[in-house]
Design a protein around this ligand. Structure first.
Ligand code: ASP
Length: 619
């Protein structure tokens, strides 16, 4: 079979490839009507075998798709008897003639559905045990089973499509940035602690007992050092390692497009990113819509209007601060929240005035799960429309009599609610209220089907505070990381009023996910030291952890800034998948386990001895 064959093989006297250069002349999924009449050699996996008494049909699958292969006992008896043994996921090589399928037997759902291959040669390249789950079909499969047999899982169409898309996305990014003068530079994986607000993964050093490398939480300092090194425009498809508590959309290691530019201002970075994402989406996901130009919100406005710094902008449901109106009511929950320094905030759910008790109970349970004490629903009854003639009888709320008609009208005005709408109000400390209300807003967006599946609502959130107060530790923390530049007019507040300092910090968000964070960086030693001081580092800690960066600042570091969009999360958006693990070839579970390799695992005693490590008695 095939002219490159070195050894003729058994079946039907045909030349089958053994030790040949190529086992196939074309991919299964590529065969079309144009190939009718030509002989092909194929290699792939048995997707399905159908035994029709006389004829045996095999769907043969490779990365490009499926093609139907027919074994006829009359014309190819030896091959037919091999085909009788074939089972799902066996790897075979087949040769045969492409012919049109009989009229009526075409499968329009399959790209190869107009043709079939009449086998005249077959060889089993490898058998397979019964696979742990079906490769074809879209049955829900237990995720642990999928991860344990990832090599089988990767043969399934959604995973194959994801890997192809991921490849195309990364290739697009590389070409785009190459065209704009960026250099791709690799930075080390074994490095020293590079704090980004998470815990480090550490690697013990054999050569220097008692000393450790740390895996980079991101190449942040390294890319800044590259700017000091005159690289000017850098990028890297970089792996970042963060030993954080597991969360659904997090992985212990994730991939970023890490980039940094010299001699730029915030606008330059945002414009580049907007151009990158706009052209990327039109290249790899034609038919999807974007909001252009990307909307820009300040952090303060995002928090006020949506209760979060990563609002899903595919829909409105804007929130209103109702504290003042609530202060004029007799409702105790409002008053005590306000007296305790809290807020009262809410939004209108259009057309939901007739929500049942059970529906409202579900919403109450949701906000309670996010820490809120409760939810005040106010339904405005009647035909949808204006509230100018609203009466007390039109207001349905468990607390209606404590509110009074005037306050309800004011709350309706502030939230933009009309008759037929349901106003949802939460009172409490600002952080909890915002978190719960934002979850509620997302839930209503989903229930009301407000998310256009073809819309990618990219947006920039800007003007983040440089510092945030950490209640538990009673100290200032960096909102983004320690290296961001304050706004020029706020530099003087770094020591005297850190909470007021706004940084030149920006995020890219999309459909409720944070896709990227970045900032213009500090590039002078004195200002960077002042920021570290406010963050509570001693001069010794600063020297130990950041000495390399501060020294570089003293040797002519240029002004610079950058950003680092997550690749895994971008793939979540582009594939519409809510599970980050489905965007990564070999992910860890939510509990940071690799079920395929069984990592983390134990190491040999000799390895521990070499590292001078003794395990504590309690492990
Ligand atoms: N290093 C930052 C991060 O990983 C991104 C940046 O500021 O460029 O979030």
């Amino acid at each position: 079979m095939g002219s490159r064959s070195t050894t003729a093989a058994a079946i039907g006297g045909k030349e089958l490839l053994k030790g040949a250069v190529l086992l196939r002349t074309i991919s299964c999924g590529e065969i079309r009507r144009d190939h009718v009449g030509s002989r092909v050699e194929l290699a792939g996996w048995v997707d399905r075998r159908r035994d029709h008494g006389n004829l045996i049909f095999i769907d043969l699958r490779d990365r490009e798709g499926l093609v139907q292969v027919v074994f006829n006992p009359e014309t190819a008896p030896d091959q037919h008897s091999v085909a009788e043994r074939l089972r799902s996921e066996w790897v075979i090589q087949v040769g045969g003639l492409v012919r049109p399928r009989p009229v009526g037997a075409e499968n329009p759902k399959l790209s190869t559905g107009a043709v079939e291959v009449a086998a005249d040669a077959v060889e089993v390249l490898n058998e397979s045990r019964t696979p742990p789950f079906e490769v074809s079909g879209d049955a829900e499969v237990d995720e642990l089973l999928r991860l344990r047999h990832r090599y089988v899982d990767l043969r399934r169409a959604p995973m194959r499509d994801m890997l192809i898309l991921r490849h195309r996305v990364v290739k697009f990014i590389r070409d785009f940035l190459d065209g704009r003068g960026f250099l791709e530079v690799e930075t080390p994986i074994l490095i020293k602690s590079t704090p980004e607000g998470a815990r480090d993964y550490v690697v013990p050093s054999r050569l220097y007992p008692g000393k450790f490398y740390a895996l980079p939480q991101s190449p942040q300092q390294l890319k800044q050092l590259l700017m000091a090194g005159g690289v000017d425009k850098y990028f890297q498809i970089a792996r970042c390692f963060r030993d954080e508590d597991p969360r659904a959309d997090r992985q212990p290691e994730h991939t970023q497009l890490d980039l940094e530019m010299s001699f730029v201002e915030q606008e330059d970075v945002l414009n580049l990113i907007e151009e990158l994402y706009t052209s990327l989406v039109s290249a790899v996901c034609p038919g999807k819509r974007l909001l252009t130009p990307f909307p820009r919100l300040t952090y303060a406005d995002a928090m006020a209007d949506y209760g979060t710094d990563k609002p899903d902008l595919r829909f409105g449901l804007k929130m209103a601060d109702l504290s003042e109106a609530a202060g004029n009511t007799d409702l105790r929950v409002f008053r005590s929240a306000l007296d305790g320094g809290g807020i009262v905030k809410g939004f209108a759910a259009p057309g939901c005035a007739e929500y049942t008790r059970a529906q409202l109970d579900e919403l109450v349970a949701l906000v309670k799960s996010r820490g809120a004490a409760g939810l005040v629903p106010i339904a405005l009854l009647g035909e949808r429309g204006s509230i100018h003639d609203l009466t007390e009888a039109d207001v349905r709320s468990p607390v209606a009599r404590f509110l009074g008609l005037d306050a309800v009208k004011e709350i309706a005005r502030l939230t933009g609610a009309g008759r037929g709408d349901l106003i949802l109000v939460i009172a409490g400390p600002p952080k909890v209220t915002n978190t719960a209300l934002s979850a509620l807003r997302n839930e209503l967006g989903r229930r009301l089907d407000l998310c256009d599946p073809n819309l990618y609502a990219f947006a920039f959130v800007t003007d983040f505070p440089l510092f945030e107060w950490d209640e538990d530790e009673a100290r200032w923390d960096a909102m983004h990381h320690a290296f961001s530049m304050p706004r020029a007019e706020h530099v003087d507040l770094v020591e005297s009023d850190p909470g007021k300092v706004i940084g030149q910090i920006y995020d890219l968000i999309c459909n409720g996910l944070e896709l990227a964070s970045g900032s213009i960086r500090v590039h002078r030693r004195d200002l960077q030291e002042r920021i570290f001081k406010t963050l509570g580092y001693t001069p010794e800690q600063v020297q130990e952890r950041f000495g390399q960066l501060l020294n570089a600042f003293e040797y002519g570091a240029p002004p610079h800034g950058g950003i680092a969009p997550g690749i895994d999360r971008l793939l979540m958006i582009l594939t519409g998948n809510h599970n980050i693990r489905d965007t990564i070839a070999f992910p860890k579970t939510q509990n940071a386990i690799d079920p395929l390799f069984g990592a983390p695992g134990e190491v040999e005693q000799t390895q521990l001895d070499e590292l001078h490590i003794r395990l504590a008695d309690d492990v």
